[in-house]
Design a binder for this molecule. Structure first.
Ligand code: NAP
Length: 364
């Protein structure tokens, strides 16, 4: 599939900054920093959330709306409730579709990941087809839709994974979250290609880190970085290779993908290729008194204990990703969206500081 040649992207973009902008999954970690940027530039945000009556989930968004020039109006919508985003979309020229479950600890991968990701994307994009004001949709996909495992580099089109690569190997059994993101993004390109009213721009972040607007965000990102400092990895951390990117750069990329006329296709967002042990080690200078992993955990040991400690860590995943470097090419995001990545150390330190301040990580 050649997503770089979306014919709809030839038309001039046009987003009128005075029209409302829809953000699905507004309560999420990534969406929070995006909404902050939108509010800073004075946008009327239509925030689609599962339950607007749960005011505790909206507290941090409301605090931003109280102090920044833009405004927020909440709408009730669910990925699995067909047509439920239509009301929130009325009058919007730009739609950000960020909502999708990001959880590795699930009971039923079809029900808990695939259905909301895939049917939710169909739901939102089919509503865009019915809403004449919509001119552009920005989808929050993932590098999960670019590659399944680090060993896939052997099949990649170049010596690094680029926007031309697709995850061809994840499945319900092997990496179901990655599979959900792949199916959802493929479906988004299919729906985009079947109409001419709006164009699609996609953001493909690696592991998103850095402070959220809500210090108690439930995204897997928070769980993972918390585990680096709460003693879970006190015996060692795997050299599980992955890319990492600051949530503030991911939000900026969404903003530019929405409003820059020339933005098109997919965009890998990743500040640095690293691994869990290396990333945790970057915290040692500033946080020497926290139970950070002291050494890399040997692959053979992780093969034995990994699946017992964490049921999402299968032997197949360990075999294909631990001690195998990742190679993500972020040059399109720099050259075409103008992203200026901050150092990974800064992102990790800022996130760690937030976890300490909110009482989620304590000194040894
Ligand atoms: P998050 O904080 O868990 O946000 C997920 C959002 O999706 C929440 O607002 C959640 O609503 C909403 N959602 C889930 N199921 C829904 C449903 N059935 N109906 C309506 N809304 C539903 O995770 P995140 O890290 O911000 O992820 C946001 C997006 O970025 C996702 O598409 C994710 O795949 C993508 N992404 C994340 C990362 C990362 O490392 N964090 C990396 C690459 C891509 P509730 O608050 O009601 O649960």
């Amino acid at each position: 599939m050649n997503t770089e040649q979306n014919p709809n992207n030839q038309s001039p973009t046009f987003i009128n900054k005075d029209t409302p902008v829809l953000v699905t999954g507004a309560t999420g970690y990534v969406a929070g920093q995006l909404i902050k940027l939108l509010l800073e530039q004075g946008t009327q945000v239509h925030a689609a959330v599962r339950d607007p009556s749960k005011v505790s989930k909206l507290k941090f968004l409301n605090q931003l709306a109280d102090t920044l020039p833009g405004s927020i109006t909440y709408f009730k919508a669910d990925l699995l409730d067909s047509g439920s985003y239509l009301e929130a979309m009325q009058g919007c020229e730009l739609v950000y579709h960020t909502a999708s479950p990001f959880s590795l600890d699930i009971q039923d991968p079809q029900r808990d990941l695939i259905d909301p990701a895939l049917k939710g994307t169909q739901n939102v994009l089919q509503s865009a087809n019915q809403c004449a004001s919509v001119k552009r949709v920005v989808l929050t996909s993932s590098v999960a839709a670019v590659m399944a495992d680090n060993t896939d580099i052997a099949d990649a089109k170049g010596d690094h994974f680029t926007e031309a690569d697709w995850n061809e190997r994840s499945s319900l059994e092997h990496g179901p979250y990655l599979y959900s993101k792949t199916l959802a993004e493929r479906e988004a390109w299919k729906i985009a290609g079947s109409q001419t009213q709006w164009d699609l721009v996609v953001i493909n972040p690696s592991l998103v880190i850095g402070p959220g607007i809500n210090p108690h965000a439930t995204s897997e990102s928070f769980k993972l970085i918390k585990q680096m400092g709460d003693g879970t990895m006190r015996m060692g951390a795997p050299r599980y290779a992955m890319g990492m990117v600051d949530v503030r750069e991911v939000a900026t990329a969404h903003l530019k993908a929405g409003f820059n006329q020339s933005a098109s296709g997919r965009h890998i967002l990743s500040a640095q290729n690293t691994d869990l042990f290396e990333a945790a080690s970057l915290l040692k200078d500033k946080y020497p008194n926290y139970p950070l992993p002291p050494m890399p955990a040997p692959k053979c040991l992780i093969m034995i204990v990994g699946p017992w400690v964490d049921k999402t860590m299968t032997r197949e995943m360990i075999k294909r990703n631990v001690d195998i470097p990742i190679k993500l090419d972020n040059s399109k995001s720099i050259n075409q969206l103008g992203i200026n990545y901050r150092p990974l150390k800064t992102s990790l330190e800022d996130m760690f500081a937030q976890l300490i301040e909110s009482g989620q990580i304590k000194k040894r």
